[in-house]
Ligand binder design. Structure first.
Ligand SMILES: NC(=O)c1ccc[n+]([C@@H]2O[C@H](COP(=O)([O-])OP(=O)(O)OC[C@H]3O[C@@H](n4cnc5c(N)ncnc54)[C@H](OP(=O)(O)O)[C@@H]3O)[C@@H](O)[C@H]2O)c1
Length: 344
């Protein structure tokens, strides 16, 4: 059994991770941390976990001297940035679900997040998108788990940039997220009466996930420019992303575009290519580690349109974090992640 700790266990990503770990079979959760809920029994704070864990939420400092095979940081960015190094021992892998170590350029990080993180740790962290970086993840001790929106955007776009089927500038990413994407802390704009029956864009062309998406896509294309507009929709979980990209040539066939997705991802256990005339739907991936993707060609305007649907708490956060743990600790990559989506 591998000993793991979940920091930020009482947040949405921490809870999702504990749910997945309860069914993993190769791990023992030896410690969990919380902030306001420190000192409380875990199953009192999270009644859905009653009967699965006999743990009390501790303060992070109480875990510094304990030994773990894997430590998950499901914390606000600032907290991950300030305590990540404390757990980086020779036989411990740290998997950070926050953005603290995702951005390689320290100036970019400070510009978008408003504080400084450790450039040394960001330098050694591997961006944990298994479908693009599996070999590097295997050798890593610090994994920067990707953001939920970036996962939904990068996976469908990457194969088309690799094959130069789309231009690397002027890519428009229009994404819609459920409310759990904002975390568990209450705020006025997340009240039921504010969100229910509403639908709005927020932070157009100014969301923090822009540098992360551009950084990862630029590794493929040598410089990618995106316009990203996120939206909030009244559902608990899920992100649906639509991408508009200008085709690099006019001689493109729909079948060629679909083949590009299938060639790139046919071996991937958690990517399902949805063929014409079907469409991805967040209801078909809910509660699972799948990301469903599709492509269409707008021939009249030479626009390649890409679609993806994922669960922000699973493939967009904790499922992907567990997938990364499986890779780096030598488990079957699918272990604990094979339950089918929740439908209806
Ligand atoms: N939600 C998503 O869909 C999603 C997707 C991808 C990545 N992420 C990232 O994952 C991280 C966690 O997100 P979340 O949505 O799970 O957040 P959340 O629901 O707000 O939970 C935050 C967790 O961190 C603890 N915490 C808060 N402030 C703390 C502090 N000052 N010191 C120590 N612990 C503290 C909280 O403990 P208490 O409950 O005791 O306050 C709670 O356990 C964030 O960095 C987020 O950006 C989230």
């Amino acid at each position: 059994m591998k000993r793991v700790a979940v920091l930020g266990a009482t947040g949405y990503s921490g809870i999702e991770l504990l749910k997945l770990l309860a069914a993993h079979g190769g791990t023992e959760v030896s410690a969990v941390s919380a902030d306001k809920n420190a000192g409380q029994p875990l199953d009192k704070v999270i009644p859905s976990l009653k009967g699965f864990y006999k743990l009390t939420c501790q303060r992070i400092e109480q875990l510094f001297d304990m030994n773990f095979d894997a430590v998950f940081l499901a914390l606000p960015h600032e907290q991950s940035a300030s305590i990540g190094h404390k757990f980086l021992k020779s036989n411990t892998v740290v998997i950070d679900i926050s953005a603290a170590f995702r951005i390689k350029d320290p100036d970019q990080f400070k510009k978008w997040y408003g504080f400084e993180t450790s450039s040394e740790l960001s330098g050694i962290a591997v961006y944990g998108l298994p479908e693009l970086k599996r070999e590097a993840i295997k050798r890593s001790r610090l994994i920067a788990n990707p953001g939920c929106y970036p996962t939904g955007a990068i996976i469908p776009i990457a194969p088309f940039l690799k094959r130069k089927i789309i231009k690397n500038k002027g890519i428009i990413i229009d994404a819609k997220s459920g409310v759990t994407g904002a975390g568990r802390s209450p705020s006025q704009e997340l009240h039921f009466s504010e969100v229910n029956e509403g639908f709005k864009a927020y932070k157009p062309a100014s969301h923090r996930h822009i540098p992360e998406i551009e950084q990862e896509l630029s590794e493929i294309s040598g410089g990618t420019g995106i316009t990203f507009v996120p939206h909030l929709v009244p559902m608990n979980r899920g992100i649906f992303t639509t991408v508009y990209a200008v085709a690099d040539s006019k001689n493109i066939k729909q079948s060629e575009l679909e083949d590009t997705l299938r060639d790139a991802y046919q071996q991937e256990p958690f990517i399902r290519v949805i063929g014409t005339p079907e469409m991805p739907n967040v209801s078909a991936v809910r509660g699972s580690n799948y990301i469903d993707i599709a492509v269409r060609y707008d021939e009249k305007n030479s626009i390649v349109i890409l679609f993806s649907a994922l669960d922000n708490l699973v493939k967009g956060a904790s499922g992907q974090a567990l997938q990364n743990m499986n890779i780096v600790l030598g488990f079957d990559e699918k272990q604990g992640l094979t339950a089918p989506p929740l439908f209806p």
